[in-house]
Design a protein around this ligand. Structure first.
Ligand SMILES: [Ca+2]
Ligand SMILES: [Ca+2]
Ligand SMILES: [Ca+2]
Length: 358
């Protein structure tokens, strides 16, 4: 499912998310096109004598090249004034050094919207800028734009270890056999929650924790891994053994933030969280890093949409009955203060979350 990296590309929130000069984003479509529509749009020629530039930066994540598609709707308000084909704007997609990775010129010819599209290949993850610059007679009459989108498919969805090898989480189906630390187990339920950029802006607790490749130690995870804040990762090292008298414990991802390479990812992009439930709470492997399967608990149920919660509890009463308590049979989950204490000690000693125990 493609993710739209542009914030407020519909202008329903005025100029929110947009920067540049001489922005004109507060009028309704009918003000320009006289068609009665109350849809909010922007004009690419605010004032005569001022060149309108509209831009916003966005972050592309993933490994290697990422393919995207840029879309924009545009019409020309003064198409009947003999300036059709002269008025318009340029579109540029720039990398952080100002290099152009994609560009096009749009000169609309009618006073109704057409959709313009451009393929963009991002050479690597990073911050990019979309810039629209006014072209043509600088007379405060110009192209109207709406529905600006930079769609990127993060096909590199989190890979989960299964009996058939690593598979992108979005391709998993109920009945597939997922590898756990106790061997293969049947996947009983998959929960999916799409969080939009707007929801993330209004509730920062919806931001994922980004665990960069290798940040846990022992080369894990093998690629960047994003998990929800309360999703727990396995910690296995000598400090764990010393503190808990057992080799491994589960710690919520949010508590690991601040360790090298583990950050809260605050870019407002759409994100989809997946929950994989087996017959029991288990340790599974995401990008080869040991992590927990979905555990039915009050806090995990709170993360689900009401529909998903009802589905889970209705279809799988056993799962629901299994572990409403905070505990788990598979691995110790320390109380919050002890998790914090563990992470503090790892940080002070410069020790990774995962290390070989000899
Ligand atoms: Ca709009
Ligand atoms: Ca202008
Ligand atoms: Ca103009």
């Amino acid at each position: 499912m493609p993710t739209n990296l542009i914030v407020n590309g519909t202008f329903s929130a005025g100029s929110f998310g947009w920067g540049g000069t001489d922005l004109e984003t507060n009028y309704r479509e009918s003000a320009y096109l006289g068609n009665g529509s109350s849809n909010r749009v922007a004009e690419m020629d605010g004032r005569s004598g001022f060149t309108t530039v509209m831009e916003q930066s966005f972050t592309v994540t993933g490994n290697g090249e990422v393919a995207g598609t840029f879309n924009i709707d545009s019409a020309l308000r003064n198409a009947s004034l003999g300036q059709a084909g002269q008025e318009g704007f340029t579109v540029e997609i720039l990398d952080s050094l100002g290099g152009v990775v994609g560009s096009m010129t749009i000169l609309p010819t009618t006073n109704s919207f057409d959709t313009y599209e451009m393929d963009v290949l991002f050479p690597s993850a990073g911050t990019y800028t979309l810039r629209l610059t006014e072209l043509g007679p600088n007379n405060s009459l110009g192209a109207i734009i709406d529905n600006v989108e930079m769609l990127v498919c993060f096909c590199s969805g989190t890979r989960i270890a299964t009996l058939e090898g690593d598979r992108a989480v979005e391709t998993l189906r109920v009945g597939d056999r997922v590898l756990t630390q106790d061997g293969p187990r049947v996947l009983r339920w998959i929960g999916r929650r799409q969080v939009t950029a707007a929801q993330r802006i209004s509730n920062p607790k919806l931001h994922p924790v980004l665990i960069s490749a290798g940040a846990l130690g022992s080369g894990l995870p093998v690629r960047d891994l994003r998990v929800s804040r309360q999703h727990r990762m396995l910690c296995r090292n000598k400090i764990v053994t010393r503190m808990f008298k057992q080799p491994s414990v589960l710690v919520a991802a949010i508590r690991l933030v601040g360790l090298p390479g583990i950050t809260l990812e605050e870019h407002p992009q759409d994100v989809t969280y997946f929950h994989l439930a087996l017959d029991q709470h288990q340790i599974i492997f995401a990008e080869n890093a040991p992590t927990e399967s979905f555990q039915v608990s009050d806090s995990s149920l709170a993360c689900l949409t009401p529909d998903a919660r009802e589905e889970l509890l209705t279809l799988f009463p056993d799962l629901a009955a299994q572990s409403m308590a905070a505990g788990s049979d598979v691995c110790l989950i320390p109380i919050r203060a002890r998790q914090k204490s563990l992470v503090r000690r790892l940080s002070l000693n410069g020790k990774p979350v995962l290390s070989a125990i000899t």
